[in-house]
Design a protein around this ligand. Structure first.
Ligand SMILES: [Zn+2]
Length: 199
């Protein structure tokens, strides 16, 4: 679910707390944004295809990481973390459930679109569906560093993500119509993000 992707995206920036602490908070926000970004194709295009690139994001992310290492600065580091987070999101959707209205039911064949091969990758279902209990466990695990090591906006957002993830998990099977549309939880998180970033 989106909170897991956001938390994993922020986690990408955690090593910067030691490598370049002054860049870490902004990079964590860029990572969270990159972790959420692919799911904007719920609004436009084909979900898990139009903005999901389990292959091509890496072609941008790897040179972006190299550039950030050579020329570390707010923009290069944020771009690198954003792209790595978007790439991780795309791959992790393949490891999760199907892109179906009721992804917990068997039979869904669309995990994520593999653009280089021009075909859908079948879902691996390591996490059975978005909002499954194991998905909540991942949100919690990935959020611990943001809550424990970061302060300010990053910590507030991580706590906000946890506050959204719990009711989403509890209600997930009762709201199958959320799948394929923009979940209310995402809209709330986006509004919260905008408010916090504008401070
Ligand atoms: Zn996705």
């Amino acid at each position: 679910m989106v909170t897991t992707h956001a938390a994993l995206g922020a986690l990408v920036a955690a090593p910067l707390l030691w490598l370049a602490p002054e860049l870490a908070p902004a990079a964590a926000l860029a990572g969270a944004a990159g972790g959420v970004f692919p799911d904007a194709d719920m609004l436009v295009g084909v979900h898990r295809k139009s903005l999901h690139y389990p292959d091509y994001y890496w072609l941008l992310a790897v040179p972006a990481v190299a550039l950030a290492a050579l020329v570390p600065g707010p923009a290069t580091v944020a771009a690198a973390v954003f792209l790595v987070a978007a790439a991780l999101h795309s791959v992790s959707d393949w490891l999760g459930g199907a892109s179906d209205t009721r992804p917990w039911e068997p039979g869904g064949r669309r995990g994520v679109y593999f653009h280089a091969g021009d075909r859908w990758l079948p879902p691996r279902r390591w996490v059975r569906y978005d909002g499954a209990p194991e998905d909540l466990a991942l949100t919690v695990a990935f959020s611990v560093p943001a809550v424990a090591l970061f302060g300010g906006t990053v910590r507030t957002l991580a706590l906000g993500g946890l506050a959204l993830a719990v009711p989403y998990t509890v209600a997930r099977k009762r709201i199958p119509q959320l799948s394929g549309r923009f979940p209310a939880a995402v809209r709330v998180a986006a509004a919260l993000l905008v408010r916090l970033v504008r401070r």
